[in-house]
Design a protein around this ligand. Structure first.
Ligand code: ADP
Length: 880
């Protein structure tokens, strides 16, 4: 990169700065452009589709260069950030007009994916979390912290393994993690697969001013992680971080724990198919009116509660709103007018606000008295007491904005018209001068028209020439000799000035300039004054967000007829009468949805669900999980009645998804998810296994499914829903007392199968696979052939009997044939088969070849279809 020819002083300066930011695109300010050089330029030209040029083009080693206009830079920065890069913004920090020689330049901000404050990266209802991971020496585990720079939220914890780190990172959807140590390769790989940028921050810059932020953290590693995160923010933002809130210690196990897979499988916030919010539980629940409420709802969804009293408190508030229709509508209307207080406060602290932002703050505050009044009316039994305490009126702030900031304030804070008349004496004096000046100009215009008799004479203003008198060409003859001094000639007019006009111009412009400067300073003073109230404003924002989520719950609960669930901590009785899957119900309509009951009293741990494909097994399982999540968030639930224990964790294996993080195969993922559940579930957990074992060969799968059920029954005793297409394992009901069979009903009408979507007791009688294949539109010829094979096999029952054998004892299928040689063999069924195969008599060559083929079959690696086809072929050989 360094040049052969000697660098100019400017390039020396560039290289010096670039050396400090090797991993960022350096936007180097040159006049009205930000320029990029060398590799930065080559890469940026490609990504941003800019023209790549070069500096000192004629030298032996020209420097690649490209640039963007400074006023359009934001769009380009957004693109780079979105792609996971960093951008260092380097400004001229001296005025080029007054500086001799090189202008001093400095990086004023390092924009990174985790610290971006504006642009399309920042969705109003999404948090943008920067995370930090801290590890030191022999200490066990990691300190973990996260912050949203736009809202000031800061939390920290101590995590004990890398799985928890990945879980936190995925659930927070962080785009950047700050680390202080060399991460293990495996963790780096996972983070990179999740497109999380890893940023190094080694030194904890001791910043005494901000040390209070971590004062509440008693865990050393958590505190160090938060400290390092703050250090990184200070390093990159290079400005006041006064809106960062004191770090709150949190413990993932204090919330309903769901790992990344489960959240993904249950489509809590992201649809598996589209990756969008639509079609998810978040989409259904989100009737929030404010951006803060939207973000808080997502946080609650991510961390449902496990403390009965807290769930109860939320339920009380939802019920209170549900029962007060008119008050709820009023609250909704008020909330609609509240702007994003959290981010406004962040911008006030950052110094990024303009007059209109402050007016938005005032308007938001003006909604609070009405909100308070409505809630006070509902506050029977003190339900709203705590929230009311935080819902402060803050008249100091709203009064200040009312008397200082002009209702018509422009976007700019440097061009005046920001501050109200009467707010500041000196400003009023300037304004008088300006207004009088304008009055005087109007009078002068009238006077000159009269003196010259030119009716079209005008006094005008532009930035280059200031004030002037304009007279059209046709009237020039009317001007008395020597009256005006010529200033400029246009095609069809002449422009003139007079000494009097010049004098007035100086007065007016000076007043204008001075008043603009004064207004700017007054505005900064107002902003500083409001900064004093930041923590109260943040508290208020929190209360508004909470109220918003609660009214959203009430709204949804009323719209879809949800009921308040009874939570029974420390009990294992689960009863959902006529429950519904909230999202499917919303999509297919209430009339179309078939409600289903889930009854799992204390003595029942496992429901073994059989039923045809597409009949509604996984919908039933998801329905239970979503009801549990909603209940523990404090919302009402889609059912006629619900009694629920409080779950500590939910584990799922639903649907055939390949692992997005490590690119594992479906079966490997199935087993990994099963492993997670079996190792970490407790008696208070909920496990949902949908068709576990489907991803491998039949007997493998069946054997694993049965062993897993037995293991859960014996060791875990978590409430478990297990759906399977292995009908053979329904016999487990006879031996496992905590297991109950149920199935989804289907009936055949005129050869067509109709799914009832209704859950019934006992095992399913058949799987209707061929019918589902018909529904899927497979060729008729194929379906007829399948039906023939099926009928044949059902008649023979060979495959089924072999399978039963496997389930009832162990997987030793090859021995079946060896055993059949034994004289004391007792099974009638097998004797029939044996006589059919004529094992003991004289056998023909064909029969011998069939026996040989049978012996060589490796049943463990065959799927049912292959087995059936093979048996059919062999049988054909014997009957030909
Ligand atoms: P399975 O897991 O048995 O293959 P699914 O649970 O995926 O079946 O359900 C298949 C489809 O049937 C779903 O997409 C849904 O539209 C519909 N469905 C399932 N359960 C119900 C129900 N209770 N009421 C109405 N439609 C349902």
């Amino acid at each position: 990169m360094p040049q052969k020819t000697k660098n100019t002083p400017m390039m020396e300066q560039y290289l010096g700065i670039k050396a400090q930011y090797p991993d960022a695109f350096l936007f180097y300010r040159l006049g009205d452009f930000y320029e990029l050089f060398y590799e930065d330029a080559e890469k940026a030209a490609q990504i941003l589709e800019l023209t790549l040029t070069s500096r000192n083009r004629n030298a032996d080693d020209p420097i690649p260069m490209c640039g963007v206009p400074h006023h359009a830079a934001q769009g380009y920065i957004d693109v780079l950030i979105e792609k996971g890069f960093k951008v260092a913004i380097c400004e001229q920090v001296e005025d080029p007009k007054t500086t001799k020689g090189m202008v001093k330049r400095e990086v004023v901000q390092l924009v990174t994916p985790g610290t971006v404050l504006q642009g399309k990266e920042l969705d109003a209802k999404e948090n943008n979390y920067l995370t930090a991971l801290y590890h030191e020496g022999e200490q066990a585990g990691y300190g973990f912290a996260y912050a949203d720079l736009s809202t000031g939220e800061l939390k920290a914890s101590h995590l004990f393994d890398s799985d928890s780190v990945i879980n936190e990172c995925t659930s927070l959807q962080t785009k950047e993690i700050v680390v202080n140590f060399d991460l293990p390769a495996e963790l780096i790989q996972k983070l990179e697969q999740l497109s999380i940028l890893i940023s190094r921050q080694d030194l904890m810059t001791p910043n005494a001013e901000l040390s209070y932020l971590t004062a509440n953290l008693s865990d050393t590693l958590a505190s160090q992680a938060a400290g390092n995160l703050i250090a990184y923010l200070s390093e990159t933002q290079k400005r006041h971080l006064g809106h960062l809130q004191q770090a709150i210690a949190y413990e993932p196990s204090h919330f309903l724990k769901m790992d990344y897979y489960s959240k993904y499988n249950l489509e809590l916030a992201k649809s598996i198919r589209t990756g969008e919010k639509k079609g998810t539980l978040l989409w259904l629940l989100d009737e929030t009116q404010t951006a803060m409420g939207g973000r808080l709802l997502k946080q609650w969804l991510d961390r449902p509660l496990i403390q009965g009293n807290l769930i109860h408190e939320r339920q009380n508030m939802v019920e209170s709103l549900l029962n007060a229709y008119f008050e709820r509508l009023e609250i909704k209307e008020n909330l609609k007018k509240v702007y994003d207080l959290e981010r406004l406060v962040g911008r006030i602290s950052f110094g990024n606000v303009n007059g209109r932002d402050l007016l938005q703050l005032k308007q938001s505050l003006s909604q609070i008295p009405q909100l308070r009044q409505t809630l006070e009316g509902l506050n029977t039994e003190g339900i709203w007491e705590e929230l009311l305490m935080d819902l402060a009126l803050l008249p100091e702030v709203s009064d200040l904005i009312s008397c200082a900031i002009n209702e018509e304030a422009p976007l700019s804070i440097t061009e005046g018209n920001l501050i109200c008349d009467g707010y500041h004496e000196q400003l009023d004096t300037y304004r008088d001068a300006m207004r009088n000046g304008k009055q005087w100009l109007a009078e002068l215009e009238a006077k000159e028209r009269e003196a010259t008799g030119i009716k079209t004479l005008k006094i005008k203003f532009n930035r280059v020439f200031g004030y002037f008198i304009e007279i059209t060409k046709s009237n020039l003859g009317e001007i008395p000799e020597g009256r005006y001094e010529r200033k400029q000639t246009l095609a069809n007019a002449e422009r003139y000035v007079t000494p009097e006009l010049k004098e007035m111009e100086t007065l007016i412009l000076e007043a204008e300039e001075k008043s603009q400067e004064l207004e700017y300073h007054l505005f900064l003073a107002v902003r500083e004054e409001i900064k004093q109230h930041i923590s109260h404003l943040q508290q208020l924002a929190g209360a508004v967000a909470t109220l918003d989520v609660l009214q959203s719950f009430a709204m949804v609960s009323e719209t879809y007829n949800y009921v308040r669930p009874t939570m029974t901590p420390n009990q294992h009785h689960l009863e959902i009468v006529d429950g519904r899957h909230p999202v499917v119900e919303k999509v297919v309509g209430h009339q179309e949805y078939v409600p289903n009951t889930v009854m799992m009293p204390d003595a029942v741990d496992i429901l073994l669900i059989t039923g045809p494909n597409m009949s509604g097994k996984s919908t039933y399982m998801r329905q239970l999980a979503l009801i549990v999540v909603m209940a523990q968030m404090g919302c009402f639930v889609p059912a006629e009645k619900a009694i629920l224990p409080i779950f500590d964790q939910i584990f799922t294996r639903i649907g055939a998804s390949d692992d997005l993080i490590s690119g594992q195969s479906t079966f490997m993922v199935e087993m990994m998810e099963a492993n997670q559940a079996l190792r970490h579930a407790t008696v208070n957990s909920l496990i949902l296994f949908d068709e576990l074992g489907r991803g491998t060969a039949t007997y493998d799968g069946m054997a694993l499914a049965q062993a897993i059920i037995e293991y859960i029954h014996q060791h875990v005793r978590a409430k478990t829903l297990f759906s399977t297409h292995y009908h053979e394992i329904t016999v487990l009901e006879q031996t496992l007392d905590g297991l109950k069979n149920c199935h989804v009903g289907a009936v055949e009408q005129d050869g067509e199968v109709v799914f009832l979507h209704k859950m019934m007791d006992g095992p399913a009688d058949k799987s209707y696979g061929v019918h589902v294949a018909r529904l899927a539109g497979l060729p008729d010829e194929l379906l007829t052939r399948a039906s023939v094979i099926l009928a044949h096999l059902e008649q023979q029952q060979v495959a089924a009997d072999l399978a039963k054998e496997v389930v009832a004892e162990e997987v030793k299928s090859v021995d079946v044939f060896k055993q059949s040689n034994s004289e004391d063999h007792q099974s009638n069924d097998e004797q029939i088969e044996i006589s059919q195969l004529n094992l003991f008599g004289d056998i023909t060559e064909v029969e011998q070849s069939v026996i040989d083929s049978l012996k060589q079959l490796n049943l463990l690696t065959m799927n049912p279809m292959e087995a059936m086809t093979k048996l059919y072929d062999l049988q054909q050989k014997l009957t030909d």
